[in-house]
Design a protein. Sequence first.
Length: 228
Amino acid sequence: MSGTVLEEIELIIEDVHGNNGGKPPSRDGDDGGDDENGPDGSAPEPQRSREKQYETAIAIGMVSIVVFFLVLTALFIALRAKNLHTWSAIHLPAILWLNTGVLLASSATLEVARRRLRMDNANGFRRMWTLTTVLGLVFLAGQVIAWSQLAAEGAYDTSRLASGFFYVFTALHAAHLLAGIFALIYVGWRGVDSAYFGKPPAVQVASFYWHFLDGLWLFLLALLYLGR
């Protein structure tokens, strides 16, 4: 599922670069007389249509991920209710709260990067975009530490169901976040040309997906905390 979302993002970026033979559309209409922008300077209708298709595709991908995690959530709730008297809760590692702060910070830096993009500040965009990517990697490293702490405490031996769901939820989220990190790296490396400023579809789609993963993590953390 992570690979599917990443492939969609890569196709979007390649389509953007493949437009007009790999050259960005002219802002001033000085590319030989063919002004591809609308009379008000907005993107032409075909480009807006493609952007809408990209947003629809990533929305469908996110809905599929939501459905998948909802199925797991229903299973978690059902098993907990069935084994209520024998359910052995786990102690959530304190580092999870730090990891959550790092992930929320990454969403903030991502929005700052998009603002730099709208201001035609290429260097500022790349700095904040790179910082977002680094924060994503820090979050994953923190999750590995959390898994190691639980393993060292022998949580799986004393509470197999609770710890099992903890590992499943966090590992699957980490896998999807890793796909998001690859997308951020790809966009930062190839997806944005200095003459493409405005709202590049690749940046838009990657941002939607990243914020979605942040929201998904908050839901999973609340579920694990309340379902102890």
